[in-house]
Write a protein that binds this ligand. Structure first.
Ligand code: GLN
Length: 475
């Protein structure tokens, strides 16, 4: 096995025993990037010199028997909407073309203090708005399983980088599915924690009431290792939570009650994907879980609700990109013209669409009809889940209605693109933890199984996912 194919767990054991060095591991990833990324384009920036320097420092710590954590010396890639000190951070937007972040996001500080080797910044849909990584100002990322297909989005660069073994693990962000969707399309593990479980400080805001950072890894075990490192209360993010994990150890699929929402298996779900998901549910049954049919009656409104709330928050958050404070700046005869030109030239079509929609639906005269109604629907979506979780421990279903679609297939039709978010967004509206775990393939294209749990059940989901993974591997 090539070193870059190792998981965090495997690599950290080999580093500890002295069998490999972080420099060898890092070089193996850099070589793979050199070899594959011309075609895949997962990275916007490869931090070659910095990575080699961090790897050397890590090796020194291992030599002294003083590794800082299980992540010490492990090459990790970061979605390019997380600020990293003195490093170009673009969010996939032309408006941040030459923006160099003046500080580290909390997740980056945590990775650095744990000794991680940050190997590069990955491509994404502009400001994380999209489901295919086609909305980046810096070109599309391709799916490593089929280069004519999208990797999913918006964390498509991170997913492709992990799937193609160009790094050992990565971070992504999920506002409506952006960790889970690309994880499903690329055949990796993607975990979206409970809203607030990981600090958003230094994450470029898309929709602040939904955004959440999480791990994208080769296994569920790795997702847990990375999550345990980045989670926790942060005084710089007032929505961050301090919560204790634990209690998950004694959980076993044997006494689990699993809910299957009827609504997730209705029209629109590809019949082959459905078979893979049903087979995965069958595995849980064989492991001893009790399968219960449940209803999420308001799930059908979640998509419309999300696409009202998100643009309103986007319109507000994007106000800061005026061509003066950060990055790209266009010419103009006066200040107003400068603003207009910078935003017209600096922002892409999807971002503009959301700014216009969000400004409209939150303006006086329309706010009651749209935004305020959507907030009420959001409460109902949340209530559905609360009711379901009074009967079951976990919900299972598909992450995506299909396998990865072709590049260009949906990019001219925003509504078609939005529809691919159908199973992922209600989780964000309710602030729940959820995960995509590889469940099988159809014609060589991966399918992800969706695990959804009640708020703060993060450790439980991660443990159950590991059990499933072990079960799949041993069957
Ligand atoms: N595809 C969804 C959207 O475009 C989700 C994006 C995300 O989670 N960042 O809004």
């Amino acid at each position: 096995m090539k070193l870059n194919e190792l998981t965090i767990k495997e690599a950290s054991e080999k580093l500890k025993s002295g069998e490999i060095t972080s420099q060898e591991l890092t070089q193996a990833c850099l070589d793979e990037i050199e070899h594959k990324d011309k075609d895949i384009h997962a990275f916007l920036l490869v931090l070659k010199d910095e990575a080699i320097k961090s790897a050397k420092e890590s090796d020194e710590r291992y030599r002294n028997n003083q590794p800082l954590s299980q992540i010490d010396g492990i090459p990790v890639a970061i979605k390019d909407n997380m600020c990293m000190l003195d490093t170009k951070t673009t969010a996939g937007s032309k408006i941040l073309e030459n923006f160099v972040a003046p500080y580290d996001a909390t997740v980056i500080s945590k990775l650095k203090s744990a000794g991680a080797v940050i190997i590069g910044k990955t491509n994404l849909d502009e400001f994380a708005m999209g489901s295919s990584t086609e909305n980046s100002a810096y070109g599309v990322t391709r799916n490593p399983h089929d280069l004519d297909r999208v990797p999913g989005g918006s964390s498509g660069g991170s997913a492709a980088a992990v799937a193609a073994n160009m790094c050992i693990a990565a971070l992504g962000s999920d506002t409506g599915g952006s960790i889970r969707q690309p994880a499903s399309f690329c055949g990796i593990t993607g975990f979206k924690p409970t809203y607030g479980a990981v600090s958003r400080y230094g994450l470029m805001a898309m929709a602040s009431s939904l955004d959440q950072i999480g791990p994208m890894t080769k296994t569920a075990e790795d997702a847990e290792i990375l999550f345990d490192l980045i989670k926790g209360y942060d005084e710089k993010d007032s929505t961050s939570l301090s919560f204790q994990t634990g209690g998950a150890q004694d959980l076993e699929s044997r006494n689990l009650k699993i809910g299957i929402p009827r609504e997730y298996f209705a029209e629109g779900l590809d019949s082959e994907v459905k078979k893979v998901i049903e087979a995965a549910i069958g595995k849980f049954k064989a492991m001893g879980a009790e399968i219960i049919d449940i209803e999420l009656p308001n799930a059908k409104y979640a998509l419309s609700c999300y696409y009202i709330i998100v643009p309103v928050e986007v319109a507000s958050n994007m106000g800061r990109y005026d061509g003066i404070k950060y990055g790209f700046s266009a010419e103009g005869d006066n200040l107003l013209e400068k603003y207009i030109n910078s935003r017209s030239e600096g922002l892409g079509a999807e971002v503009k669409r959301r700014i216009i929609l969000g400004t409209y639906t939150s303006s006086a005269g329309y706010i009651d009809q749209y935004y305020n109604q959507a907030q009420k629907v959001r409460a109902l979506v949340k209530q559905d889940f609360e009711e379901a979780f009074s009967k079951v421990d976990l919900i299972l279903g598909p992450v995506m209605p299909t396998t990865a679609f072709k590049i260009g297939e949906k990019s001219d039709d925003p509504l078609k693109m939005y529809l691919s978010d159908i199973y992922t967004i209600s989780v964000n509206l309710a602030g729940l933890p959820a995960m995509s775990v590889p469940a099988g393939n159809i014609d060589g294209l991966p399918v992800g199984l969706h695990l959804i749990g009640p708020q703060l059940s993060d450790s439980k989901i991660l443990k159950i996912a590991q059990e499933f993974e072990n079960n799949v591997l041993s069957s």
